[in-house]
Design a protein around this ligand. Structure first.
Ligand SMILES: Cc1cc2nc3c(=O)[nH]c(=O)nc-3n(C[C@H](O)[C@H](O)[C@H](O)COP(=O)(O)OP(=O)(O)OC[C@H]3O[C@@H](n4cnc5c(N)ncnc54)[C@H](O)[C@@H]3O)c2cc1C
Length: 129
């Protein structure tokens, strides 16, 4: 993977909804399959879940990848301001009223614990054919 989230064409970003540091293992698998990088909300950095993935948002990086996959991110404006100009925004959130859906091209209402393993399985199958 490349080093910079500002240069990555695909970003797989995690928020508090991924549940803990182990959630980033799933995000890394998705990012690797899509040739992208991982990113995160400030909540994950503050929780100490990750210390390498740069934070997206008002106080850190502004990104504009072709695809931004937001996983368990609520859509606080401080985060959105750093990624809302991404080409395609797909969000996974268990709360159908999460603000992130307001700026998403596609929204998946469901738990990341269910959606992400299914996505990984589908991508692995796709790339093995
Ligand atoms: C001055 C200032 C500057 C800030 N700058 C930034 C910044 O640069 N970047 C930034 O990101 N934040 C920044 N913040 C913080 C920001 O306001 C939010 O608190 C933060 O972005 C929230 O992160 P989150 O979406 O990961 O967590 P939360 O707001 O807690 O949202 C978690 C989401 O996960 C969903 N969820 C929970 N469990 C699951 C599950 N199992 N499956 C799917 N979804 C689930 C919930 O429905 C919820 O929508 C700043 C705040 C301040 C005051």
């Amino acid at each position: 993977m490349t080093a910079s989230i500002t240069e990555a064409r695909v970003l797989v970003a995690g928020g508090r909804g991924i549940g803990g540091p182990e959630g980033f293992q799933m995000l890394r698998r998705v990012a690797n399959l899509l040739g992208g990088e991982i990113a995160c909300s400030r909540a994950c950095l503050e929780a100490g879940w990750i210390d390498t993935a740069p934070q997206v948002g008002q106080t850190r990086k502004t990104v504009r990848p072709d695809l931004y996959l937001a996983c368990g991110i609520s859509g606080a404006f401080q985060h959105v301001t750093g990624m809302e100009n991404s080409g395609l925004i797909i969000s996974i959130n268990k709360n159908p009223a999460a603000p992130i859906f307001d700026i998403s091209d596609f929204g998946i209402v469901g738990s990341v614990e269910i959606i992400l393993p299914a996505l990984i399985q589908a991508l692995e199958q796709y790339y093995s054919e």
